[in-house]
Structures are given as structure tokens and as C-alpha cells.
Design a binder for this molecule. Sequence first.
Ligand code: AHM
Ligand code: MG
Length: 339
Amino acid sequence: MKLPLTLGEFIIENQRDFPYASGELSQLLSSLRIAAKVVNREINKAGLADIRGAAGNDNVQGEAQQKLDVFANDIFIRSLRARGEVCGVGSEEEEDFISFNDPIHNTSKYVVLIDPLDGSSNIDVNVSVGTIFSIYRRVSDPGTPVQMRDFLQSGSEQVASGYIVYGSSTMLVYTTGRGVNGFTFDPGIGSFYLSHPNLTIPRRGKIYSINEGNYVHFPEGVKKYIKFCQEFNPESDRPYSSRYIGSLVSDFHRNMLKGGIYIYPKGTTAPNGKLRLLYECNPLAFIAEQAGGKASDGYGRIMEIVPTDLHQRVPYFIGSIEMVEEAERFMKQYADLVS
Ligand code: AHM
Ligand code: MG
């Protein structure tokens, strides 16, 4: 019997795929993999936090239990700092980027952008959450401390990106620009196994995912597209089904497997939408494109946007290629209409 491939084995086997293969990217991916296991363990225990809290189960320093998003942030940053491949990290949880400013890390090639625990408001109700990460080569000179311009690169410059979904099972999905592969965690053994080799997004699906509570604030193109999704038209499989978890990684992951579109548009109360370009939109856009899907701001390719701010927000349309193109047609057609 052929044993299934673990993520660790897969990373090493595919090291040669990477144009600058020197093992550093493999090490970096391994740091993320290990941190993901620790975060996964804590998330699985999340429902017990109150019970343990009631029993006075503070940590040894007498500190109350940390919030999970802060915990996840600490674990990923500590894990990346513990090795020498990364010179700095930008995180949703940190206002400024973190520079691992010391003689070893300053020589490192890579920077990481991360949303350590996306959708964390869902934890209290036992709904899936995720981690999203993006890896770039630095553009500043090695040997010097990392700079803001190392983080403000277009998504098309990404070397690798991925996400972890902590769901009914925990999965890690990533790309280094040679397709997308998914790994499922076996908690009994403590390893991720290759379960979804060469993932591709169906060209179209039957699911649209959007927070329709914001409907009145949406641009006219989005309103018209939603009505199009709801119309009866058996020839094009409409009406589509509406599915919105409110946890980007989970909504994206489901649409990846089944086909569908996720939209977080701008609205009058959110002029650029809600989602962050650098550590939410670009990494998933890289995955989507590598899987044959598409990611857009409604008019153009997400990965071509030149970032100006670490925490910049952008309207987001991602998923099955034909559905994203369909939505773009509505955006263009109704671009001039004020909602
Ligand atoms: P977060 O990074 O603060 O968790 O916010 C991002 C999340 C996404 O996971 C999700 O798709 C979106 O916010 C939901 O927002 P809304 O509640 O406005 O629909
Ligand atoms: Mg987030």
C-alpha cells in the first residue's frame, strides 16, 4: 500500500519547482505548518475556555486566557521569528509591520503578510475560521532591516500564498505558482496529508456569497448582479443558491470545491469594502488564479493593484472564472449609475 504524502514530504519533494530553490521557502512553509498545528489545537479547545475560566484556569503567570486572534498572531510571528528565512511580517493584528531586525534576519530573503485568524467573530458560535498568508521576496537590500516597500508589492509578485481552514476538518491549501494543493490534518497523528492534489475551481457554479444585509449600500452593478443570480433561468442553472458563512476562508474554500462567487463590494458605509488587499485578497487571488479561477475588484485584476497602505481595503469579487466575469459585466454596464 502506498502511504499518503505528508505536507512536510510534499514541500521537500516540490522544492525544485521553486525558481530560487535553496530550501529557504520550504523551511518557511514548514514554520507556517507547525504554527497552524498549534493554532488548530487551541481553536479546537475554544469552547472549553469558559468552563476552564470558571475553574480559575489562568496561566502560570496568572494572566487570563488570551483571545484566540491575539494568540494566533503571536504563534505565527514567533514561529517565523524562530527561524531565519523571514526578515519581517505584516499582520492584520499589528498596526505597523514587524521587523525582525537582527544580523541573522536582516539577511533573510522573504517577508510574510498574514491574517492570523480571519473570521474570528465566528469562534464563539463554533463556525469555521481561517488563517491566510502571503509570501514575497524582499525588494530592499539583504543585510539591511526590512522596509515598508518590501510589503507594498503587487499580488502578482507573490512567491507563495495559502490558507488554513479550521473547520469540520482542518485543511491547509497553498500554491507556489505551480498549481494548488490541499492537505487535510489528521489530529490523531498530528500531520497534514495530501488530500486534494491539483485543485481546480469549476468554471462556474451555483453559489453566490455576499452579505445582503448591506444591499441598499451596494453599487448598482452589484444590486443588478444579485437580482440576476436570483432570476429563474434553468438554462444557466439559475437561481443560484445564496451561501454566506461570514468567514472569508470558509466561503472561499467551499466555492473553490463546488464552484461559486464571493463578493465583498464597496458600499456607502464602506467606500472600499471591508477586506484587506495584502493579507486577505491577494493571497486568495493567487490561489484562485492558480486553480483556474479569477479575482477582481469589479473592474480589473486584484493582483495588479499597486498597494499604498499595509491595511488597505479593496472591493472583492473572487471564485469561478465565468461567474466573476459575469459580475464584472454588470459592474461595467452600471458603472455610471449612482445607487
Ligand atoms: P476579520 O478579518 O475582522 O475577521 O474580517 C473579515 C471577515 C471575513 O472573514 C468575512 O468574509 C467578512 O469579514 C464578513 O464581514 P461582514 O460581517 O461585514 O459580512
Ligand atoms: Mg481578516
